[in-house]
Write a protein that binds this ligand. Structure first.
Ligand code: 0RA
Length: 655
């Protein structure tokens, strides 16, 4: 594994052990360090780290583009097992001339020295750079092989490596047209390092689309060349983050016909903001610093929030749109139905927080706030019709918040939202230790009945849900609180709901498990439940408490042998093993077809069940998926389902 460092092998062209210069050994030590502790450099060695390798290479191409030398980047998933990647750009090409102090081609230095991935000249403003900013040499160190091809000044240069060490010297491989330039990097992640090595088209697509939105004008293409999976698409947005906001809102009725856009620069900090309001109730506010999605927020987010609340309150008062007796708009009021992208570029970003995705640079708060104060106020003055729409929307939100508070107080007085009075439908477990407790949200009363009989009563609670729950995408909190099914879920969870009220510490079950039929209705109900959790209990998902039960699709029986199959492929394998003759296949259309013992054995017994943990890979993408699937507009939904027909399985929705 990672500790199993390969000694330099003496393949053709590589230097013998004695030939190493002091600097050479230094370099080798650097890359050995990467192989020894890969997680320190790329986060982890699972799928996430694997995809990070691609982003690291692409970031270098983005830097070329930001410097004005490159406008096209292409990423290919290799035709083999999907475990090789090629990144092609039309930048200047990594320099190939002799590096003065290292005494070897610059190309070799860039690919073998830690932190030499960027430009040599200090003045150049490296705004991109992966989360860890470690450079392409790390990708080299962690690849079974890597090949770099540079087109520069009419010549083609190639250099190849294995696990970070050159397997030969750089060589001239031919000529290219005089004006042509660019870099092509191909690599195969090292099986000694990575536990998973198959690249996901969807994962790469999300990030590349995001990069194309954040870096207007660049054309970024992705191609899957795996046999049977061939496809590709190009992302290119001249409008940058304005188009990002439009894309996020494509399934919603918007208030401003054109997203509001403003930008500014101060002390080397570049700020870009695009925003619009829609008729929905959720907030889709995403922040970036140097192309990195700062999911933990930070100073740019605080600055934006402060500026937004203040500017809208000032305008609402001055314009007379807000009645004198109103207390004023809160931060929650001004963010209901808001879609916004805040993107900053900083020469020396400080990333803090648990996942290093919180922007720390304190000076940025004031800069963003001042920008919002100035330009949003100006926009409102110049667009009275939109201003009226926005303020009206915020006032309605404030009234809704008041109504929700009253509803909550009322129901609390009646104890309905209080876990002291748990809903009658809930078959609770006897343990009071949330860490071992599980709650199954089960579709339908009949499956609920089986689950109640089959469960392990001590730590498994069952909450049967009747039919489809309310689509929270189309309802504000006050209306949600009037819905019995939703109220039952909230009460059972114990956390409360709403800004400033929800408290994860009070969660009564550390596993919340959705159990629905494996049919269209089941998947709709599952999506409705996931929408509720994504919009109102996101922390439950983020902290890893949310699961999807995986009931079997088939029961295959032959003689006394009885095997459950969890997918079509699984069933075919079982049939091949048992022999088709005399085998009997039962297809489960619903959970209700299983008796309590079967349901326990196949789906609920912790020792043998499989469950899928729900994760939010990319909150921006997830937001888009939910608004598309649950929103009002039919056309985007039709398109989405058509484009993703093969993948309308929750595992592939990145949620
Ligand atoms: C070092 C210096 C220069 C460009 C690059 C590296 C470079 C790296 C990568 C990685 C992928 N594509 C890339 N394109 C460029 C500056 C080049 C010059 O001064 O001519």
């Amino acid at each position: 594994m990672a500790d199993d460092i390969q000694k330099p092998h003496g393949s053709a062209g590589s230097e013998g052990a004695k030939g190493y210069t002091a600097q050479g050994i230094q370099v080798l030590k650097g890359l050995e360090a990467v192989r020894k502790r890969p997680a320190m450099y790329i986060g982890d060695t699972s799928v996430r780290g694997l995809h990070h390798l691609v982003y690291e290479v692409v970031d270098n191409s983005i830097d070329e583009a930001m410097a004005g030398y490159c406008d096209t980047i292409e990423v290919f998933i290799g035709e083999g097992d999907g475990d090789t990647i090629t990144v092609v750009d039309n930048g200047r090409g990594i320099p190939v001339d002799m590096h003065k102090t290292e005494g070897k081609p610059a190309l070799e230095v860039v690919l073998t020295s830690l932190h030499a991935g960027g430009k040599f000249d200090k003045g150049s403003y490296k705004v991109s750079g992966g989360l860890h900013g470690v450079g392409v040499s790390c990708v080299n160190a962690l690849s079974e092989w890597l090949k770099a091809e540079v087109h520069r000044e009419g010549k083609v240069y190639i250099m190849e490596f294995a696990r970070g060490q050159k397997t030969g010297e750089m060589y001239e491989a031919g000529t290219c047209p005089e004006g042509e330039s660019g870099t092509t990097v191909s690599f195969k992640p090292d099986p000694e390092i990575f536990t998973e090595r198959v690249f996901s088209y969807e994962t790469l697509r999300s990030r590349l689309r995001e990069l194309a939105f954040l870096n207007k004008g660049i054309r970024i293409a992705l191609y899957d060349e795996r046999p049977g999976k061939e496809r590709g698409e190009t992302f290119h947005f001249e409008g940058g983050i304005v188009e990002y906001v439009r894309w996020l809102n494509e399934s919603r009725q918007v208030i401003c016909p054109e997203p509001v856009y403003f930008t500014g620069e101060k002390d080397g900090v570049q700020i870009e903001i695009a925003m619009d309001y829609n008729e929905g109730y959720s907030e889709a506010l995403f922040t970036f610093a140097n192309n990195i999605n700062t999911t933990e927020g930070g100073s740019h987010l605080s600055g934006f929030r402060a500026g937004l609340t203040r500017t809208l309150n000032t305008y609402a008062n001055a314009s007379g749109l807000m009645k004198k007796d109103m207390k004023g708009l809160t931060g929650d009021d001004v963010r209901e139905g808001l879609t916004a992208i805040i993107a900053v570029r900083i020469p020396e970003p400080q990333f803090e927080g648990q996942t290093k995705t919180k922007l720390g640079n304190t000076e940025v708060k004031g800069q963003v706030e001042a920008l919002v104060n100035t330009y949003l106020a100006q926009y409102l003055d110049e667009h009275p019709r939109e201003a009226k729409g926005i303020i009206g929307k915020c006032i309605t939100a404030a009234q809704g918040r008041e109504a929700a508070r009253r509803a909550r107080d009322l129901t609390r007085r009646k104890s309905a939202l209080d876990s002291a009075a748990l809903p009658g439908k809930l078959a609770d477990c006897s343990s009071r230790d949330p860490r071992e407790c599980e709650i199954y949200l089960v579709e339908g009363d009949s499956a609920g009945g089986s689950a109640k009989q089959g469960r392990e009563r001590r730590f498994q609670a069952i909450l049967p849900l009747k039919g489809k729950i309310l689509n929270v995408e189309k309802a504000r909190l006050d209306r949600m609180l009037a819905n019995e099914e939703i109220k039952t879920i909230i009460t059972a969870l114990g956390t409360g709901i709403g800004s400033g009220i929800f408290d994860l510490e009070k969660l009564r079950y550390h596993k919340v498990i959705i159990m629905t039929d494996a049919d269209v209705d089941g998947s709709h109900i599952r999506t409705l439940i996931l929408t509720l959790f994504f919009r109102h209990f996101r922390e439950i998902i983020e902290k890893g408490h949310m699961f999807i039960a995986e009931p079997p699709l088939y029961r295959v029986k032959k003689g006394k042998t009885e095997i459950y199959a969890y997918s079509d492929a699984h069933k075919d394998r079982i049939l091949a093993e048992l022999g088709e003759k005399g085998s009997y296949v039962q297809r489960y259309k619903g959970l209700g077809e299983m008796n309590p013992v079967q349901l326990w054995d196949t789906t609920m017994n912790p020792d043998s069940r499989t469950m899928t943990r729900v994760t939010i890979e990319d909150a921006v993408d997830a937001d888009h998926v939910f608004t598309t699937l649950m929103g009002d507009e039919v056309e985007p939904r039709r398109r989405f389902i058509e484009e993703n027909a093969a993948q309308i399985k929750i595992e592939n929705l990145d949620i």
